[in-house]
Design a protein around this ligand. Sequence first.
Ligand SMILES: Cc1cc2nc3c(=O)[nH]c(=O)nc-3n(C[C@H](O)[C@H](O)[C@H](O)COP(=O)(O)OP(=O)(O)OC[C@H]3O[C@@H](n4cnc5c(N)ncnc54)[C@H](O)[C@@H]3O)c2cc1C
Length: 312
Amino acid sequence: MKHFKHMQASSADQAASEAANGTAWVMAGGTDLLGTLKDEIFPEYPETVIDLKTIPDMDGISEDGDELRIGALAKLSDVAESDTVKTHCAALAQAAARVASPTIRHMGTLGGNVCQMHRCWYFRVPDDRFHCKRKGGKTCPARIGDNRYHSIFGDDGGCFASSSHDTAPALVALGATVVTTKREIPAEEFFGAHGHRSNVLEDGEVVKEFRVPKAAKSAFQKFALRKSIDFPVVNCAVAQGPDGATRVVLGGVYPAPWRSKEAEAELSGGVNEQSAAKAGEAAVSVAKPLGKNAYKIDIARTLVKRTLTDIA
Ligand SMILES: Cc1cc2nc3c(=O)[nH]c(=O)nc-3n(C[C@H](O)[C@H](O)[C@H](O)COP(=O)(O)OP(=O)(O)OC[C@H]3O[C@@H](n4cnc5c(N)ncnc54)[C@H](O)[C@@H]3O)c2cc1C
């Protein structure tokens, strides 16, 4: 691991200004970032790591009219256990409860969860041995390589990684807004394959909080190879707003959470066992699996049906 300077931020704006030239990266719980630094997966390395945890009052969970305000530094364990989140945004509490293990949920934050880097094994290989598209290389090795855990809905800017954050589909399904030091971004537009990031943040932009509309009903389900601690192979969140419209969002199937308009179209008459099954079929009707991951289609179809059945 290369040496870096360590700085403790006193405010989000201070952290943003120190990170503006790209040579400093921010850290919350460190459960994702420190692994990438230890393995030296990048051709370039940050000179400074800015600890956000010293910023006061950025970890709250509160009600504000029709929405919840959740600070970016809120720990995943607090999000999972909060009665407020469980009552009004059940999908988010359920998703946070399924992240990793209790120790990681006690360290990891909601901001860090949505900003975590992709878990693609080519992107993450130590010492930048696969200089992939995201790092300035010519191709994505997963396109014809071992792509069993990769996208089944095509590429984003040439990258076929799959999103690995459990809370992201829930935030998109709930219609959340990501509030940064520069702007407000709908969660639906926040994620993607963007250089070393899995989101559209720019250098010197720090996530401060999430505004999450209260949902009449919402639910989350996850399929992973191990139940105790594992990233999602596929996950799914659904949420029904006050107008009765239902959003269906899959994770683990594309570099960003994948909102399925095809599935949602099947739910215009309401959510019941029959429409849930049709939505599952519709969700995968436009899938374009790679050589080794067609098995994910069956999992996605079933998860959409099961998650919708939870709110039927
Ligand atoms: C063994 C293991 C298992 C895991 N399993 C899962 C799993 O099942 N599901 C899952 O979703 N994740 C999983 N993770 C990934 C991850 O560690 C957690 O998701 C955690 O939530 C990351 O939060 P953190 O606060 O530790 O982030 P950090 O490691 O501090 O940061 C992660 C990234 O986000 C950026 N960042 C952090 N906060 C902000 C902010 N406020 N503004 C802008 N950028 C920010 C950092 O610069 C960094 O790039 C796992 C990790 C490990 C090590």
